[in-house]
Design a protein around this ligand. Structure first.
Ligand code: ADP
Ligand code: G6P
Length: 475
């Protein structure tokens, strides 16, 4: 029977080693959280890195990880060494591609060694997945860590359907052309039959880079190569709407979270939920909240900002520095505006369970989500879905992919602290019926275009992607 194989760097579960033994924890980040429930309910196999260095594990532990992942999570472990992690994951993925594709051009590092590691590790993924592939299978590769893999698979398995989805923005040609290995990366991607992005802007940017760098024209988002046709389209990723809308708070949230909810009932709560990442605009958000307290003193002692920030990519300097910057800003605001009875900003540096998140979302009057640049931002959708009473309001920056789908939110420019401050006030003061109307529209959209719809639409398009020759005219 033919099967669908997901391949991504991050698996839905991350393994870590402690003195007490091996620990298996749910991964966070949009790719893992978004696809997890779909994978659990379906019949996919998911190949990826377990999150721990192979050389930190004994042989026995390695095989126990591989067995547990296979038997309990339907996952295939792709083992990486600490050198791979340093050079490929920390290096090329997160110090080259990530900042470039998010328009942080001055943060990009170009190093031949990390590029070589990227090629080597993409090959490792190929070697791990290759024995699984049978005629009629569908391979769905995810994200920027594996952009060379589609072509590697195509060369050995010209007849399987290969899909690729980019979970981060594809930048404009003027940005993308700065990449030293720009042609090689595009050629890697062009091994796919179908390439998906969150928005039409990213589709346009990609097609423009392909045309200008590789010379391929497209006709109705399809490009004819010698070996196959490549189709490109936008598939805005959804969430597991029912899970966020229907999970009962009281039964599922932890006691600690319920205590938090109880103890903060006398103030208006603004919440922010992110991975610790410089693309998320967290320092600007804190500065904007400070501006809010300065501009609207009537809100002092009546509101609090809860930052729930998950550790991410520990060991990369830019990420480690960001934590210190946030801590300083938080204490600056608290020092300046706090009173003996009230602290304006609360910073929790931890990952909470999805059930606890739902409780936080439901309890918060406003979600403040202001990334400088974000492929989609699923947190925004999770918040809207969780507030089934339609009483919350979303303040979101225009540079999040989700902004193009959630136009009823209060949309702001993340660099404009005054505008964010005014946006917070507007959200807190919005009349109930206005909030209700806006939320109902957003609910309708995200309940229909949920993660199942997204995955099925992508996979159905991939199944139906053209095999025959198509005609392409220069634009
Ligand atoms: P990204 O993929 O860049 O991390 P998204 O907003 O698309 O951004 O996805 C983040 C995912 O990780 C969401 O599903 C969110 O619920 C989860 N997440 C983010 N921060 C936390 C946290 N502190 N605790 C638990 N889950 C988190
Ligand atoms: C973003 C990326 C994912 C990644 C996630 C978490 O969502 O698009 O590919 O898995 O961040 O980052 P991490 O480096 O921990 O996998």
């Amino acid at each position: 029977m033919s099967k669908t194989i997901f391949v991504s760097n991050r698996l839905p579960v991350t393994v870590s080693k402690h003195e007490s033994g091996l620990e298996y924890k749910e991964s966070i980040g949009g790719l893992a959280t978004g696809l997890k429930n779909y994978h659990e309910q379906g019949s996919t196999v998911w190949a990826g890195w377990p999150g721990v260095a192979q050389d930190d594990l004994s042989e026995e532990e390695s095989s126990s990880v591989a067995d547990t992942l296979r038997n309990d999570y339907k996952c295939l472990s792709v083992p990486l060494t600490s050198d791979d992690i340093e050079q490929y994951y920390h290096g090329f993925c997160n110090e080259t591609i990530w900042p470039l594709f998010h328009y942080f051009t001055s943060a990009v590092e170009y190093k031949k060694e990390t590029w070589e590691a990227y090629q080597r590790v993409n090959r490792k993924f190929f070697d791990s997945v290759d024995p699984l592939i049978e005629e009629g299978d569908t391979i769905w590769i995810h994200d920027y860590q594996l952009m060379l893999l589609p072509q590697m698979i195509r060369e050995k398995h010209p007849d399987v359907k290969i899909g690729f989805f980019l979970h981060i923005p594809f930048p404009s040609y003027e940005i993308y052309r700065q990449m030293i290995w720009r042609d090689e990366i595009l050629q890697g991607l062009m091994g796919a039959n179908l390439i998906g992005f969150h928005t039409y802007d990213y589709v346009r940017h990609f097609l423009s880079s392909v045309r200008r760098l590789l010379g391929h024209e497209h006709s109705l988002y399809k490009m004819q190569l010698e070996s196959h046709v490549v189709q490109v389209d936008a598939f805005p990723m959804g969430i597991d709407y029912d899970y966020f809308a229907k999970t009962p708070t009281k039964e599922n949230a932890s006691q600690e979270t319920m205590d938090f909810v109880k103890s903060t009932q006398n103030v208006r709560n603004i919440i922010s939920v992110d991975r610790l990442d410089y693309t998320k605009g967290i320092p600007d958000r804190i500065k904007a909240f400070k501006q809010f307290l300065s501009n609207y003193p009537e809100y002092r002692e009546k509101v609090r900002l809860n930052l729930i920030i998950a550790p991410s990519r520990v060991g990369i300097e830019k990420y480690d520095n960001l934590k210190r910057e946030i801590e300083e800003l938080v204490s600056e605001v608290n020092g300046e505006y706090g009173t003996f009875n009230w602290m304006p900003v609360w910073f929790f540096f931890r990952t909470v369970s999805q059930d606890d998140l739902i409780a936080f979302y439901r309890h918060s009057d406003v979600l403040l989500v202001t990334p400088l640049r974000d492929g989609m931002n699923l947190v925004a959708k999770e918040y809207v879905a969780s507030r089934t009473d339609y009483k919350g309001m979303l303040v979101m920056s225009e540079t999040a992919g989700a902004a193009s789908e959630l136009g009823e939110a209060i949309i702001v420019n993340t660099n404009d602290h005054e505008a964010i401050a005014a946006g917070i006030k507007m959200a807190l003061e919005m009349p109930e019926d206005d909030k209700m109307d806006r939320n109902k529209n957003m609910h309708r959209r995200i309940s229909r275009y949920n993660v199942k719809f997204w995955a099925e639409e992508f996979l159905n398009t991939l199944q139906g992607s053209p095999e025959e020759k198509i005609h392409t005219e220069p634009l």
